[in-house]
Design a binder for this molecule. Structure first.
Ligand SMILES: [Zn+2]
Length: 89
């Protein structure tokens, strides 16, 4: 964990859409699992970039920082379900 004063609870207080994004990648029981890398690159990362880090449209002293992006990316990467066993990515 980074020593900067950002943590997940703080981030989702500042930007609740981060929590929505995290919840949106919870695996659905009746949908077959998708490749972790595909979900990350196609579904999570583009939305994450709109909320935190340099690409955030609305500049914010904490949310626009690379530390905030790094932390959010770490939390969300952990939330993406594992690849299916037969995945050949
Ligand atoms: Zn995969």
């Amino acid at each position: 964990m980074k020593s900067k004063s950002v943590n997940w609870t703080h981030l989702i207080t500042l930007e609740p859409k981060l929590q929505d994004l995290r919840e949106s990648i919870t695996p659905q029981p009746d949908t077959p699992p998708e490749c972790t890398y595909y979900v990350w690159a196609q579904e999570v990362k583009p939305r994450l970039r709109e909320l935190v880090g340099w690409f955030r449209a609305q500049s914010h002293p904490i949310l626009s920082s690379p530390e905030a992006y790094g932390l959010a990316a770490e939390v969300l990467r952990d939330a993406v379900p594992a690849c299916p066993e037969d995945c050949t990515h």
